[in-house]
Design a protein around this ligand. Structure first.
Ligand code: AMP
Ligand code: MG
Length: 426
């Protein structure tokens, strides 16, 4: 199925329409940062689990401090992790540390600064209020309470709360497995010297980093020459469960690895004499869903679906090779798919900003400008990271917080006009 260039929004909808959320797996606390909860996580215990002291001082009965020049008998100590063995009776006090269990009988903690001690007696320098400096059990979390909702990407704060609740394993969405292929005879790995006409392969590194930022794992990264047979063989391996044969060609028997959920091919997708990717993908049974988006950078973007055994499918993105185009189209199409696969909102991170400088363009294609956002009294203001927004100007991605969307039919945006922006990271 071929058609004219699609609007970026329509292309994204086609991609999201193909997403089947992934399964669920248990994840250890140590590994859960950045993972997405598959269901609500409840606490089995209250936090904190017991009434405890907010200060170093004396646990006592507030009523006993009302007398004129009270003197209380010191009868024990409650340390953090070592509760007192006796209760606080009338006219008595127990030395208590911050976080230590409030002993039975006490209803207040008088800070050490507000008292003195002599001959085994405590002399409060002021009266205490009942409940003072006591952190009640369950004040933070009640047993049975939902700690974290479903479909939440876990940050350091969630890791902290899970640990406090004693939870060591959480059901999370599986991480999407992604294969990344770069194409082009001109590409040399970074670290190797360049010959005439050669450039370093940046796309596979950019895409690997983007995949990781999106919370997915790059199961396989490879580079292919502009050769139809090699292209077909590498794509075939990436689509089947044969990736291990590429990774370990010398090994005769290795365990089959699961097929990837997403295949991203950068470069070789266009209509040049040495672009073999689209043809090979279609030959291998990948069904084309769209080819070309009315978009700049990133017009020559291809998307298809490969049906696998068991009813699941691999989403296949053919992204343009120009480094900026590859990154921008990843953000616009592949990243939303990776988010949706794990249950995250694919359209998160959209907001509006005023453009700091005027921008002119021809009508017909939506332009996505690399911008740095500044927070002003009137909201976000978007500054172009570089005046030159060419799809080969990779440094225009540096310091970019967002892509500002200039609609297809728009010919000129005046400075100060509002546009929609897509944040590159939340
Ligand atoms: P293509 O889409 O293969 O026609 O490539 C378009 C442009 O992107 C060419 O200038 C390529 O040299 C460049 N390019 C393609 N792949 C990469 C890559 N992996 N890293 C850096 N530049 C690339
Ligand atoms: Mg090429």
């Amino acid at each position: 199925m071929s058609q004219g260039p699609l609007a970026p929004e329509a292309a994204r909808e086609l991609v999201l329409g193909e997403v089947m959320p992934l399964g669920v797996e248990p994840v250890r606390l140590e590994e859960c940062l950045g993972r997405v909860t598959a269901g609500e996580v409840k606490s089995a215990i209250s936090l904190q689990p017991f009434d405890n002291s907010a200060m170093d001082g004396y646990a006592l009965r507030a009523a006993d401090t009302q007398a004129d020049q009270p003197r209380l008998r010191l009868v024990g100590e409650s340390r953090a992790g070592h509760p007192a063995e006796v209760a606080v009776g009338e006219g008595e006090a127990i030395w208590i540390s911050t976080g230590a269990m409030v002993p039975e009988g006490a209803d207040a903690v008088l800070p050490v600064e507000d008292s003195s001690e002599a001959d085994g007696q405590v002399l409060p320098s002021r009266s205490a209020r009942s409940g003072e400096n006591i952190r009640r059990a369950g004040e933070d979390v009640e047993a049975g309470q939902v700690l974290i909702p479903a479909d939440r990407q876990l940050s350091a704060a969630e890791v902290a709360v899970l640990a406090a609740a004693g939870i060591v394993e959480i059901e999370c969405a599986q991480q999407p497995r992604v294969a990344i292929l770069g194409t082009g005879d001109e590409l040399i790995p970074p670290g190797q010297p360049l010959g005439a006409g050669q450039i370093h392969d940046s796309n596979t590194h950019a895409l690997t980093a983007l995949v990781r930022e999106a919370g997915a794992t790059s199961a396989h990264v490879a580079h292919l020459p502009d050769n139809p047979a090699a292209t077909r063989q590498a794509l075939s391996a990436a689509l089947s469960s044969e990736l291990h044969q590429l990774l370990h060609p010398a090994e005769v028997e290795v365990d089959a690895v699961p097929a990837v959920d997403v295949l991203i091919v950068a470069g070789g997708v266009s209509v040049g004499r040495h672009d073999h990717v689209k043809g090979a993908l279609v030959d291998l049974g990948v069904e084309e869903r769209f080819w070309r988006v009315a978009l700049r950078p990133g017009g020559p973007t291809w998307f298809g679906v490969f049906a696998r055994e068991g009813g699941r499918s691999t989403l296949v993105f053919g992204l343009p090779g120009n480094p900026v185009s590859a990154m921008v189209t990843f953000h616009l199409f592949a990243r939303p798919a990776l988010r949706a696969l794990t249950g995250l909102d694919p359209n998160a991170g959209r907001t509006r900003a005023t453009l700091a400088t005027a921008y002119r363009k021809k009508p017909g294609k939506a332009h996505y400008l690399r911008c740095r956002l500044e927070l002003t009294e009137d909201g976000w203001r978007a500054h172009l990271t570089r005046e030159s927004q060419g799809s080969h100007v990779l440094t225009s991605m540096l310091a970019a917080d967002a892509l500002a969307a200039i609609p297809a039919e728009c010919e000129e945006i005046a400075a100060g006009e509002q546009v929609e922006v897509e944040l590159l990271m939340e």
